[in-house]
Design a protein around this ligand. Sequence first.
Ligand code: NAP
Length: 248
Amino acid sequence: MEKVLLITGGSRGIGAATALLAASQGYRICINYLSDHAAAEKVCSKVRELGAQAITVQADVSNEDEIIRLYTRVDAELGPVTHLVNNAATIAHVSRLDDISEFRMLKIMMSNVVGPMLCSKHALLRMSPRHGGQGGCIVNVTSRVSCLGAPGEYIDYAASKGAMDTFTIGLSKEVAGEGIRVNAVRPGYIFTDFHALSGDPFRVSKLEGDLPMCRGGTPEEVAQVIVWLLSDKASYVTGAFIDAAGGR
Ligand code: NAP
């Protein structure tokens, strides 16, 4: 069976590092992105240089019609998805709940919860033997803040990641008998552009001194965990959480 890996939000940060690490491990890779076509193509070129077949597909994974279009492209150009990394997510400016609008809450929940649940649904339609598949693997990139709550910062984002942790537990048990493993990685402060969305691009540098390991993490360190969970080396691991958070 060909291994076909879909990484949502693969054009930057943790998703891009995952694509590059997986490139040498026998996957055909789809790099999904929202808006930065040039960044996605750059990652795709590097993945191809490492020997993997790869494509980029623009799609907003908070919208089911776009998810269906994404999976249809992958079916046609790489084959049915066997491995999914639900990595794409968004965050908003540091705020207390008093200042968080309904619009913002809905956007966070659509991107960070409904989107990954729908991406998982369309993956199962290809992975599950109930639908003619031969099993597969899903890794959800959640966050250490699902356990910490992020008070005074972005509790809406933390709550979305908590929902994905619960989804990971439920789905892992729902499909364990169908040869599908579902796990989650919970990063801590990682050096990516994500923090600009919270209003401070230098957030990790400013806060890393307070971490037990006294430093922020790299996207490559998180990618190592994701790619291990995707691999057969983790064949008896499902419903598990690995914190890549420097002890936070
Ligand atoms: P990042 O560098 O900002 O990259 C985000 C990626 O997601 C980009 O490829 C972006 O595409 C894509 N994206 C965003 N919304 C999307 C949507 N609706 N549909 C499709 N693609 C979308 O982020 P990151 O730091 O690597 O974060 C990756 C994951 O790790 C996220 O789930 C995040 O919550 C989690 N995480 C990060 C940290 C951290 O400190 N960085 C900590 C804990 C958890 P464009 O470039 O086209 O916009």
